[in-house]
Design a protein around this ligand. Structure first.
Ligand code: NAD
Length: 491
């Protein structure tokens, strides 16, 4: 009898409810062995005669060889964009709109293929590339297609004109989505572009070149040059550009700003962040826990606006941390192509080293680390979702952008203290506030020095809503009507 009872308990224990693997098929995407550059509407072999390999961070498997564009290649791309600008800037705006609509439609039609490519090359979970990156990228092109023939209504009484050739440099955390944020408004305003994707995630930009061909984007309107930071530097230095739009680290952003000083080239910078996610004692706690988890573990924490500093009202600290730890234990870390995966691979070995180093520093400085039990795959680059409690404002983990799945918990007593602590950072990209009181939400939003303040939610994006930073998080806005302005001059 005792034996039967024990067996029943075992069978009903929660640990017996494991998720079965639900892998997305990778056969839907095929990569070329070697890619050239996309210049003037053609696949061009690099004059540099230099290539590098892009690997999958979840398996370390080589995916393709990609061109390392040198100064001559960059020059050819800028020339192609300049030539195309003459006609692209003059065609009827409604014709430009049609091209953007076509890009949006092709992105939707090929979304499964592009989502798999994004997860393979970047390591992000397929459910995120499928449900966030791809739909938002298509939505950006749809949104800006709508503005292309209405610019005069967007800026009444002013005569908007395109700038010319836009040099656009994007990072590796949202490769295709950042490409869409850059290319869609630039094209809608009548500019032509040379875009450089990040060196660890170039493949969806190269597939986008094919999307451009399919959507009949006129040759030279979109050019893609791949390579590392030196390719980006050649592009920024080129005398033929009229505009630089950069998303990436604050350090590189500052170097670009120095390079452009006095050159009359228009600049927008979308840089790093260290967002405060502020939780008041009156909030809906379980919803807040979901928002905290989404805020920091979404895309492995490789998110510029990640809610990496959790500010909790002291009275609910213990209860919230208990709930948070319990929720963290249910996160599934592993194969990005598995549809059940919540946290995928760290994008590169270098990024994994940086996260590991900062977490070790957090422990040395006296913060208390918690990581749920978690079995990591043997190959690839991984980091267990981590939370630090007992964090002081002076700790490096509370000040520096870790850009990984690492949360620091601090406390506050009054709303004024919450504002002071939240704003005590060199960054100012985003913030979150959790409270049932609408008046408190508005009070906080007025005082938080952040480009975006989310109320009772986090990491919500919409092409109609402007996004950008204060202080060392950069300047200029992407998205919405505001996102048109950096690509226009006014007569
Ligand atoms: P990074 O600055 O090293 O690289 C970003 C891009 O710039 C890459 O394409 C890289 O090749 C290129 N680059 C590097 N050196 C260059 C140079 N000297 N001149 C021109 N281009 C150069 O940043 P990263 O590590 O790839 O990305 C992570 C950073 O990006 C984080 O700090 C994150 O916060 C930030 N980010 C910001 C936003 C935003 O919207 N604010 C969005 C995503 C990422």
């Amino acid at each position: 009898m005792a034996a039967i009872e024990r067996r029943t308990t075992e069978l009903t224990a929660p640990s017996s409810w494991e998720y079965a693997a639900a892998p997305e098929s990778r056969d839907i995407v095929s990569f070329d062995d070697r890619y050239g550059l996309f210049i003037g509407g053609r696949d061009v072999s690099p004059r540099s005669r230099s290539w590098f390999t892009t690997v999958s961070p979840s398996s370390e498997e080589p995916l393709a060889e990609v061109s390392q564009a040198g100064p001559t290649d960059v020059g050819l791309a800028v020339d192609a964009a300049r030539t195309a600008f003459a006609s692209w800037s003059r065609i009827r705006p409604s014709e430009r709109a049609k091209v953007l609509f076509r890009i949006a439609r092709v992105l939707q039609e090929r979304s499964r293929e592009l989502a798999v490519a994004e997860s393979l090359d970047g390591g992000k979970p397929i459910k995120e590339s499928r449900d966030v990156d791809l739909p938002l990228a298509a939505a950006h092109f749809f949104y800006y297609a709508g503005w292309a023939d209405k610019l005069e209504y967007a800026f009444p009484g002013r005569r908007p004109r395109p700038l010319g050739v836009a040099a656009q440099i994007v990072p590796w955390n949202f490769p295709l989505l950042m490409l869409a944020w850059k290319i869609a408004p630039a094209l809608a305003c009548g500019n032509t572009v040379v875009l450089k994707p990040a060196e660890t995630t170039p493949l969806t930009a190269l597939l986008f070149a094919d999307v451009c061909r399919q959507a009949e984007v006129p040759p030279g309107v979109v050019n893609i040059v791949t390579g590392d930071g030196s390719t980006g530097a050649h592009l920024v230095r080129h005398p033929g550009i009229d505009k630089v739009a950069f998303t990436g680290s604050t350090e590189v952003g500052k170097a670009i700003q120095r390079e452009l000083a006095g050159r009359g080239v228009s600049l927008t910078l979308e840089l790093g962040g260290k967002a405060a996610n502020v939780v008041f004692e009156d909030c809906a706690l379980d919803q807040a826990v979901e928002g905290i988890v989404n805020g920091i573990y979404f895309n492995q924490g490789h998110v510029c606006c990640a809610g990496s500093r959790l500010l909790v009202q002291e009275s609910i600290h213990d209860q919230l941390v208990r709930k948070l730890k319990r929720r963290m234990a249910t996160l599934r870390v592993g194969d990005p192509l598995d549809k059940n995966t919540d946290v995928g691979a760290i994008n590169s070995r270098a990024q994994l080293d940086r996260i590991t180093e900062l977490v070790a520093i957090g422990q040395e400085e006296g913060a208390e680390l918690y990581q749920p039990p978690c079995r990591l795959p043997e190959k690839g680059w991984w980091f267990v979702p981590t939370v630090f409690t007992n964090v002081a404002q002076s700790h490096r983990i509370a000040r520096e952008e870790i850009f990984g799945p690492v949360l620091s918990v601090l406390t506050f007593r009054t709303p004024a203290e919450a504002v002071e602590k939240a704003n005590n950072t060199m960054y100012g990209l985003s913030a979150g506030v959790w409270t049932e009181k609408g008046s408190r939400l508005l009070w906080m939003a007025e005082r938080l020095r952040a480009g975006v303040v989310w109320g009772n939610t986090f990491n919500r994006f919409d092409p109609a809503s402007p996004f950008g930073g204060y202080k060392e998080s950069g300047f200029g806005r992407e998205g919405g009507r505001h996102g048109l302005e950096p690509y226009l001059r006014f007569e």
